[in-house]
Design a protein around this ligand. Structure first.
Ligand code: ADP
Length: 462
């Protein structure tokens, strides 16, 4: 099982502290030891130098003089510093104090370079420096030593302090880390508490945004954005369901009213025919509405399957213009089309493209009064195919223009003139255009007709 975040942060903090403090202890111990060694070496070098100057001065005067001066010199040295000088055949000339451990067990003195070693003499640990000194034509072997005990004691004391204080500091800092991570995570708990209170019933609730520009603020803002999107989607779905039920209820009520009216008393065959034909028309409209609703529901669910392939737009535009011509003829409206000489290739779904064109052209027919004109143009621009559908109809007011692609939106004029519409056609048209990576725009003003422009990217030439 995983530990809670706060405990995990503290555990990590603890581990990092242990490593940091251990490294600190190790480095300071090393530094301390080096510095001690350096100090002792420097002291020994200084001692050897003074021995050398004594030897240079006294060697010509004889061994007694050498001994006397060295005796004096060694007496001046502080503490338990030792000195031993022997001649070239290792016969001892001077020894400040006999060592308990046989001095001979030390390695022989060689060369005028100082060599150092640490060894146990006289039951104590000593740092020994050795070299040969040439003076008065003789060769002296000099060994100087300083006990390391005082330094070792200081080092031990230093180590003890580290050992006693560091674990305590680690524990203290970890506790502080635990407290700090608690403080840092407190706003997250606040966010969790607020988020728990937001449900489908009160989607308008939002999380408080912390003032500091940090991760928590971004988290709150991101969650708020997400809530905003969910709220908008839920609103749209609720609206869609309400509008759909409303739009479905009307034709069903109409069918029922027609049937009830016809059945109230006996009618002539002609009257029954008329009633049945009204019922049939309304049923057809209802079927159409249900189909449109299903299309949009599939579009929302992302389940609509289109089959994209390279297709020439020209024959499809021509076909729809012909179909619209038949529809329009009944209203005395003229439908003209203009196509380019060559083909206009786009990658698209033939059925969807025809449906898109039909929606726009049928609207043009629907909202153009008797004797009007509809013009369909297809052209091939730079990298895009353009279809323009222009009518001399009732036009769309400035107020309605931004909304006509919304689901169920119908301009007032359309409501009064064309009771058959559902306000879903252009929403479906826009969805098809977007699936093809294109755009649909409208230009219109009340009373002076409308132009719908569809732009689709042309298929990449292979
Ligand atoms: P409807 O079923 O009402 O035609 P649409 O989604 O196809 O639904 O269109 C939405 C609204 O846009 C229509 O109700 C109408 O007000 C307006 N509209 C669409 N095309 C035209 C047009 N060519 N001329 C005037 N108004 C139009």
């Amino acid at each position: 099982m995983k530990l809670p975040l706060r405990a995990r942060i503290t555990a990590w903090y603890f581990a990092v502290l242990v490593v940091a403090f251990a490294s600190f202890a190790w480095i300071s111990d090393l530094g301390f030891r080096r510095s001690i060694e350096q100090t002792v070496n420097d002291a020994l070098r200084a001692n050897l130098e003074s021995v050398q100057s004594v030897l240079v001065r006294t060697a010509p005067k004889g061994a007694a003089e050498v001994r006397a001066e060295l005796y004096e010199l060694a007496g001046l040295w502080a503490g338990a510093a030792l000195l031993e000088v022997s001649d070239a055949s290792d016969k001892i000339i001077f020894q400040s104090r006999p060592f308990a451990k046989p001095y001979r067990s030390l390695p022989p003195v060689q060369g005028t370079e100082v060599t150092f070693l640490t060894t146990n003499l006289d039951f104590l640990q000593y740092r020994v420096a050795m070299r040969t000194v040439e003076a008065g034509g003789q060769s002296f072997r000099v060994r100087a030593a300083i006990p390391t005990e005082p330094f070792d004691l200081a080092l031990d004391r230093f180590r003890l302090i580290l050992k006693e204080t560091l674990p305590f500091l680690v524990v203290l800092a970890s506790l502080a880390g635990y407290w700090l991570s608690g403080r840092a995570l407190a706003p997250v708990n606040e966010i969790i508490k607020t988020a728990r209170g937001i449900g489908v019933q009160n989607l308008s609730g939002r999380l408080a945004v912390p003032p500091a520009n940090d991760e928590l603020r971004r988290l709150s803002e991101t969650l708020n954005d997400m809530l905003g999107r969910i709220e908008a989607s839920v609103k749209r779905i609720t609206q869609f369901t309400a509008d759909a039920s409303h739009d479905l209820r009307t034709p069903v009520a109409l069918i029922r009213a027609n049937a009830e009216l016809a059945l109230r008393r006996s009618r002539t065959e002609q009257e029954y025919r008329e009633t049945l034909s009204r019922i049939l028309t309304t049923s057809e409209e209802t079927t159409h509405l249900i189909e449109n609703l299903l299309t949009l529901a599939r579009a929302d669910a992302g389940a609509a399957e289109l089959q994209f392939r390279d297709m020439d737009l020209a024959p499809h535009v021509e076909k729809i213009a012909e179909e619209a011509g038949i529809l329009a003829a009944a209203k005395g409206i003229q439908v003209m089309s203009e196509l380019p000489a060559g083909s206009v290739l786009v990658s698209g779904d033939c059925a969807a493209i025809e449906r898109l064109l039909l929606i726009v052209v049928e609207n043009a027919v629907k909202y153009t009064p008797v004797g009007g004109r509809i013009q369909m143009n297809l052209s091939n621009g730079s990298g895009s195919a353009r279809i323009e559908i222009r009518d001399s109809g009732i036009g769309i007011s400035e107020k309605d223009l931004p909304h006509i692609f919304e689901r169920f939106y119908r301009a007032d004029q359309a409501r009064s003139r064309e009771p058959g519409g559902s306000g879903l056609g252009l929403a479906i048209a826009q969805w098809i255009v977007e699936l093809h990576g294109g755009t649909i725009e409208v230009q219109s003003s009340l009373g002076s007709g409308s132009v719908f422009r569809i732009t689709l990217p042309v298929a990449a030439k292979s």
